[in-house]
Design a protein around this ligand. Structure first.
Ligand code: ADP
Ligand code: MG
Length: 254
C-alpha cells in the first residue's frame, strides 16, 4: 500500500524542500518507488531535483486544474531515481483559479488515485503558507511530516499548523495524522536548540523523530548542482542523516 506523506510547515526556510528532495532520494536508493510532488510555485524542489523549472511543458498546475493527467506531467529524475511532478511560477495562479472549481481542496487527491499503485511513497512538498495548495497536500496525504528548526518561535507556529490539521481531519480527510516532527538544521552546541528540542519531546512524545538533521553545508550546496545530497557527497553528515530518516520511516508501520 502506498504511503502518501505531506511535508508541511507554514514557516518558510525550515527545511521542507530539503527534506522532500533528500527523503525522496534516500527512499529511492533503498529500492522504494517514489513520486515527489512539488506544490510550491517557487519550484525549488523541481530545480533541486535537477529539472529546469523554466523549460517545463507541463506542471502540477495543469493537474490541479484538470487540464492534464499525471501520466503526462510526471518526469523521472536522474540520478535521484524518483519521479517528480514539477512546478513553477504558473502554480501561483492556481489558488485563484481553483476557487470556482468543485471540490477544490481535493483536486490533488483525486488526481493521485489514478497512479498511486505505481508507488510505495508519494511525498508532497507544500508551500510556506496554510493556503489552498497546502490544503490540497493535506487532503491527499495519509500523514504529515513537519520539519522544524528548534528556535524560539518554532512552537508558536506549530499550534496553527496542528489546528489546520485538526480542521482537515474534521472536514476533508478524517484519517490524517501527524507522521512525525523532524528537527532540522540542528546545532547541538546551541543551548536554545536543546531547550526547544526538549519542549518538543514533552509536547509530542514519540511523534518526534529520533533522527535529527544537523546543519550541514553539503545539504545547502547540493540544490545548486541539481542533486540530492546523496549524489553530491554520499559521506556527508547530511546524506547520512536523511538515509537514517528514511530507515526510521520504513521501520514504522504505515
Ligand atoms: P523550506 O522549503 O521550508 O522553505 P528549505 O529546505 O528550502 O526550506 O531550506 C531553507 C534554506 O536552508 C535553504 O537554503 C537550504 O539549502 C538550507 N538548509 C535546509 N536544511 C539545511 C541543513 N540541514 N543544513 C544546512 N542548510 C540547510
Ligand atoms: Mg520549500
Amino acid at each position: 500500500m502506498v504511503r502518501i506523506l505531506a511535508i508541511a510547515n507554514q514557516k518558510g526556510g525550515v527545511g521542507k524542500t530539503t527534506t522532500s528532495i533528500n527523503l525522496a532520494a534516500s527512499l529511492a536508493s533503498i529500492g522504494k518507488r517514489v513520486l515527489l510532488v512539488d506544490l510550491d510555485p517557487q519550484g525549488n524542489t523541481t530545480m533541486g531535483s535537477g529539472v529546469d523549472k523554466r523549460l517545463l511543458d507541463h506542471t502540477v498546475y495543469q493537474i490541479l486544474l484538470g487540464e492534464q493527467t499525471i501520466a503526462k506531467v510526471r518526469l523521472s529524475t536522474k540520478p535521484g531515481k524518483y519521479d517528480l511532478l514539477p512546478a513553477n511560477q504558473e502554480l501561483a495562479g492556481a489558488e485563484v483559479e481553483m476557487v470556482s472549481l468543485e471540490q477544490r481542496e481535493s483536486r490533488l487527491k483525486e488526481a493521485l488515485q489514478a497512479i498511486q499503485a505505481d508507488y510505495d511513497f508519494i511525498l508532497i512538498d507544500c508551500p510556506p503558507a496554510l493556503n489552498l495548495l497546502t490544503l490540497n497536500g493535506l487532503c491527499a496525504a495519509h500523514a504529515v511530516i513537519i520539519p522544524m528548526q528548534c528556535e524560539y518561535y518554532a512552537l508558536e507556529g506549530l499550534s496553527d499548523l496542528v489546528n489546520t490539521i485538526k480542521r482537515v481531519r474534521m472536514g476533508f480527510n478524517p484519517s490524517i495524522r501527524i507522521e512525525g516532527l523532524l528537527r532540522t538544521m540542528f546545532d547541538p552546541r546551541n543551548l536554545l536548540a536543546q531547550q526547544v528540542s526538549d519542549q518538543l519531546k514533552q509536547h509530542f512524545g514519540n511523534k518526534v523523530y529520533q533522527t535529527i538533521i544537523p546543519r550541514n553545508i553539503r545539504l545547502a550546496e547540493a540544490p545548486g548542482f541539481g542533486l540530492p545530497v546523496l549524489y553530491h557527497d554520499r559521506q556527508s553528515r547530511g546524506a547520512r542523516a536523511y538515509l537514517e530518516l528514511a530507515n526510521e520511516i520504513l521501520a514504522t508501520a504505515s
